[in-house]
Design a protein around this ligand. Sequence first.
Ligand code: 6CM
Length: 247
Amino acid sequence: PEHTRDQVELPPPAVDNRLTVHPLWTEIDRISTEQIQAAFEGVGGGIGWQLFAEEGDMRMYRREMEVDGMVMDPLKAMHKVRGVSAREMCHYFFNPRYRYEWETTLENMTVVEEISSDALVFHQTFKRIWPVSQRDALFWSHVRAADDHTYAVTNHSTTHADYPSNTGGCIRLFVTVCLACKSSYPAGERPTRDNITTSIAYCSTVNPGGWAPAGVLRAVYKREYPKFLKRFTSYVVNQCKDKPLAI
Ligand code: 6CM
């Protein structure tokens, strides 16, 4: 049945050996560790974080930051989702099979390299936004188990000889993203769809890679990030509802 195939491909509980012998391993391990730690540090008391979107349990903050006139606002979002596990959340975020179903800013996605069951390299082009040139990105993506009932996906820009930047009409953007998820359920009970809650921390920093008007970028981010997180989380809830809970 459908769910059996999904179960097999869930993020592994330990790092895949094929990843630890890859040339990118040291970088992937270091950046993932840093990002996961930072994701769980709240914004409470943090200087400069401004709340820009709030809906139900979702809160989104950004810190305005410009480097040479280019917007690089770090974004941090917190959310709580009932009925799915951290592992399931990360499975749907990492696995390319589902990406077109929840990612609305995406035009095209190619898997450039399959490093291991828990690490891939992607090339993506994004939908063009007037009056800005079209963007593309090339990044590794790594899913891992962290502490108890915690899983995270980290995406970070890299390079590849077959995908040179600033060709084919696209400007290459640079991205660091982390989706970190932690499940909880009442002490002494067995986890079920009815009692499990997953806390999500999503962090993103995008360097637009070339000229783009600050006002346009901030307006796009303000509209697109809340849309993404709401759409993605309800997509996962929907996908999981008739499948056994995978913890
Ligand atoms: O994290 C998200 N998606 C992941 C899987 O695709 C991955 C994507 C990272 C790229 C983030 C780039 C966002 C820029 C989209 C706007 C289009 C560019 C025009 C402006 C020129 C700079 O980590 C979800 C990403 C949700 C983005 C709203």
